[in-house]
Design a binder for this molecule. Sequence first.
Ligand SMILES: NC(=O)c1ccc[n+]([C@@H]2O[C@H](COP(=O)([O-])OP(=O)(O)OC[C@H]3O[C@@H](n4cnc5c(N)ncnc54)[C@H](OP(=O)(O)O)[C@@H]3O)[C@@H](O)[C@H]2O)c1
Length: 315
Amino acid sequence: MNILVFGKDGQLGRAFQNHFKHSQFGIGNTICFVGRSDCDLCSTTQITQLLEDFGPHLIINAAAYTAVDRAESESNIAFAVNAIAPQVMAKYAVQHGGTLLHFSTDYVFDGVKGGTYSEVDKTNPLSVYGKSKEAGEIAIANAFSGTANQRGQYAILRTSWVYGVGGNFIRTILRLAKERSALRVIDDQYGVPTSTAWLAELACNLTLEDGRLRKFTSGIYHAIPPGETNWYGVARLAIQAAIDFGWQLKASPNEITPIPTSEYPLPAPRPMNSRLSRNKLQIELERLALVSKLPHWNTPWDEQVRAYVKHLDAN
Ligand SMILES: NC(=O)c1ccc[n+]([C@@H]2O[C@H](COP(=O)([O-])OP(=O)(O)OC[C@H]3O[C@@H](n4cnc5c(N)ncnc54)[C@H](OP(=O)(O)O)[C@@H]3O)[C@@H](O)[C@H]2O)c1
C-alpha cells in the first residue's frame, strides 16, 4: 500500500515519521514523506502531479499554514494551504477510492459556548486561520459527499494546543523560565494540550489495520486527551515538571502571574473556550475494538505533558 504524508517537517509530520519507523504500520507499506521543498501546497499543479505520480491509497495531511497571527495579513496563502490543498487531496481520494486523513482545529469555534464542543456544534471561527481551516473541513466533506457512487473515506481530526518536536507553547514557556524570573500567562482561555505522538498513534490505528486500510465511519472527530486546563495551568505544570526533572530555571510555578487575555493582545483573536468533547471518537474507537490497542487514549493531558518534558533536553 502507498501512503503519502504531507508536512514531514512539522510537529505532527515528525510524529508520523517516528510512529511509522517504530510501529508495525511502517512494515510492508511504501511511505512517502513530503515537505515544502518536495511539494508547495500553494500549487495545485504540484499537488496533483505528486498524487498522480505516487498513487497513494492513504493520504495523511499533516501540513497546514499554522501561523495564526500572520494569517490575518496572509489570508490568500492560509486559504491556499488550509482549504484548497486539502480539497485537491480529497478529490483525488474520492476518484481513486482512497482514504484521506486530515487535521483541523478548535479555532473553528468562537469559544462562547459553555462546556465542551461536539462535532455537530456550529462553527464560527474568529480568525483568518480558523476560517481557512473551516473552509478545508467543508471542502473535504463536500468532495466526499458529492459523488453518486461514493468511494473512499475521510477522517478530519480536530485537535487543540498541539506539542511535539518543534516550536510550541510548552517549549517557549520553558525557554522563558530559563531566561526570566517572572512570567505572565493567560488564565482565561480553556482547552487541552495534545501530544503529536499521541495523535499519530491514534490516527494510524484509526486508518490502518494489518497492512490494509481500515474501514471507519467518515466524518469529523475531536481528537484530544482527557482533561482540561488553561494556558496558565499548562505553564505551571511544565515548569514544575522541568524542576522535578532537574532543570535549572529562574522562574518557579509561583513566579507565574495569571493574566486575562485582554492584557496580552495579539493580531488574531482566540476562542476563550476550546474544550472539545471526545464522545464521538470514543464511540467509533469502541465500535472498531480499538480502545484496548491504544494504551494512551485515556492518559490525561497532564501526565502526557510531564512525560514530554521529561524527554526534552534540559539544555
Ligand atoms: N499547532 C497547534 O497548536 C495546532 C492546534 C490545533 C490544530 N492544529 C492542526 O494540527 C495540524 C498539525 O499542526 P502542526 O503543529 O504539526 O503544524 P506545524 O508544526 O506548523 O507544521 C506544518 C507543516 O506544514 C508545512 N507547510 C506549510 N505551508 C506549506 C506549503 N505552502 N507547502 C508545503 N508545506 C507547507 C510546514 O512546512 P515548513 O516546515 O517548511 O514551514 C510545516 O512543516 C495542522 O492541521 C494544524 O492546523 C495545530
